[in-house]
Write a protein that binds this ligand. Structure first.
Ligand code: FE2
Ligand code: FE2
Length: 319
């Protein structure tokens, strides 16, 4: 019997800790599915965190329980939606709540699973990165996100890049809070120019026009940002340069490494890493390794050689 026949893999993050579950949950261990929680039991938060620490992000639901799992997820989503649409909340509060929730999930996805005994130092840096991104999400220019459909992959990519760039920045010596905030802001905003691709009146674009937007989206992002006051100059630099490469083969200006801003050199590593990770199939750990290998072997000339090895090591295993 094929062991995957009767089970469906689901994300750990769809299952809340400390809540009785109306379905059984299994884990895959040494080639077998093992019943982990029977229907009616809950994950205590300690066990739940243990999974995260061990980078186990998939759990398994048997076919018999699949419908009640789906219904459970649907109901929870409906409750969350209701919370965010509570008429008593101001628009700002709704946006902030939503952002904080996705920031929590994204931080866990990226870092919490690094190692069971993630050193206190790494935990501290992850905390600094998360706090920095949260502060940035409360800035007026982040309202730009309100116009992007929440399903757009630009939003999740931007949050991941924002967290990873800030985490890397700190670890690589940019400990000044303003520098970190600028990395975080650039992470959130660097690809907003791309969302013009999704404008309804531009759906009929030709492949060539799409390519044109891709090649110019750094500039388009900056144009969008200029509609807002008080965007720091350093953020504009990073966004303008985020597809430039050290060897001069990047776009839109074919800049060389020595012309690029110091923070851009950190930023491009996080951005390229995330773009590659999302292209590979499989579990996050394997995807991260493949992305790092590709960057080391095929793209090495794009990045600052003093930063790349350490940055990749930190991104693959932050602990
Ligand atoms: Fe980009
Ligand atoms: Fe990007």
């Amino acid at each position: 019997m094929n062991p995957t026949d009767n089970y469906t893999a689901v994300s750990l993050f769809t299952i809340p800790p400390d809540e009785p579950l109306p379905f059984s949950v299994s884990v895959y261990y040494r080639g077998h599915f093992v019943l982990y929680r029977k229907s009616g039991q809950a994950f205590d938060v300690g066990k739940y965190n243990r999974f995260i620490y061990k980078r186990i992000s998939k759990l398994y639901i048997s076919d018999a329980d699949l419908d009640s799992y789906k219904e459970f997820v649907r109901q929870r989503q409906a409750i969350e939606e209701q919370k965010f649409n509570d008429p008593k909340l101001s628009v700002e509060q709704k946006v902030t709540n939503k952002t904080i929730r996705s920031l929590d999930l994204t931080t866990r996805e990226l870092f919490a699973g690094s190692d069971e005994d993630m050193g206190a130092n790494v935990a501290k840096v992850v905390g600094v990165a998360k706090d920095t991104v949260q502060r940035i999400c409360e800035r007026p220019y982040l309202r730009i996100f309100d116009s992007i459909p929440s399903s757009s992959s630009v939003i999740s990519h931007s949050m991941r890049v924002s967290l990873m760039a800030t985490f890397l920045g700190y670890q690589l010596g940019f400990v000044n809070p303003l520098a970190l905030e600028n990395l975080a802001a650039a992470g959130m905003l660097h690809d907003i120019g791309k969302t013009r691709l999704a404008m309804p009146d531009e759906i009929e674009m030709t492949e060539e026009q799409e390519k044109e937007i891709e090649l110019n989206h750094s500039t388009l992002s900056v144009e969008e940002l200029k509609k807002f006051p008080l965007v720091p100059e350093e953020v504009v630099h990073i966004i303008t340069e985020h597809h430039e490469r050290r060897d001069g083969t990047g776009f839109p200006n074919k800049m060389r490494g020595r012309q690029m801003h110091g923070l851009t050199k950190v930023f491009v590593i996080a951005n390229t890493f995330d773009n590659l990770v999302t292209q590979f199939p499989g579990e996050r750990e394997a995807k991260c390794r493949l992305a790092a290998e590709k960057m080391e072997q095929e793209m090495r000339a794009w990045f600052e050689p003093m930063l790349l090895p350490k940055a990749l090591k930190l991104l693959v295993a932050p602990g």
